[in-house]
Design a protein around this ligand. Structure first.
Ligand code: FE2
Length: 167
C-alpha cells in the first residue's frame, strides 16, 4: 500500500515552525516588493517619456520627481534585503516581475488612462508595504517594519500626486 504523504499546510505546526513560516512569508514579500518597486519605476519612466497631450508638461515634471524618489527607494529596499543576508534577484527579468501591477495602455494619447493606471499601481504598492509592515511587526522585525511604513507613506503620496492630475 502506498504511504500517505502529509500536505504542507495541513499538518499541525509547532510554535517554532509557525514563527519560521511567518518569517519566510514576510521576507518573500519584502523581495517581491523590491520587484514591484523596480517594475513601477520602469512604468514611471514609460509615462515620463511617452505621454502626449495637454497634461504632458505637468506629468513630465511630476514623473521626474517621482522616479528620482523611486530610484533612492529601490536602492534602500535592496540594501535592506542584503543587510538581512537575503539575495536580491540576479536576473533583470526576475527583478521586474510584478504580475500584481496592472499594465500601462499602449497608447501615448490615452493620457488619463496612463496616469490613472500609474496612480492605481502606486496605491497597490502602498497597500502592499502596509501589509509588510504588519507582517514584520508580527515577527518582531522593527527595522523592516520602519522601512515598510516609510516606503508605504511615500507611495501613498505619489498615488495622490498622480491622481490629482485626473479630470
Ligand atoms: Fe527626463
Amino acid at each position: 500500500m502506498a504511504s500517505v504523504v502529509p500536505l504542507v499546510g495541513l499538518t499541525a505546526l509547532g510554535e517554532k515552525e509557525k514563527k519560521q513560516n511567518k518569517k519566510e512569508v514576510c521576507y518573500c514579500h519584502l523581495v517581491q516588493l523590491l520587484r514591484a518597486t523596480s517594475h513601477l519605476l520602469n512604468q514611471t519612466y514609460i509615462v515620463h517619456w511617452n505621454l502626449i497631450g495637454s497634461k504632458f508638461y505637468s506629468t513630465h515634471l511630476l514623473t521626474e520627481d517621482i522616479y528620482k524618489e523611486m530610484q533612492n527607494g529601490l536602492d534602500t529596499v535592496a540594501e535592506h534585503i542584503r543587510s538581512l543576508n537575503i539575495s536580491t534577484p540576479f536576473c533583470v527579468m526576475d527583478l521586474n516581475e510584478a504580475k500584481e501591477l496592472d499594465p500601462l495602455p499602449h497608447d501615448c494619447f490615452a493620457q488619463d488612462k496612463m496616469i490613472s493606471v500609474l496612480a492605481s499601481n502606486y496605491n497597490k504598492l502602498a497597500e502592499s508595504f502596509s501589509l509588510l509592515s504588519e507582517e514584520s511587526e508580527s515577527i518582531g522585525d522593527q527595522l523592516t517594519m520602519d522601512l515598510a511604513a516609510e516606503r508605504g507613506r511615500a507611495h501613498k503620496k505619489q498615488q495622490w500626486l498622480l491622481k490629482s492630475n485626473l479630470n
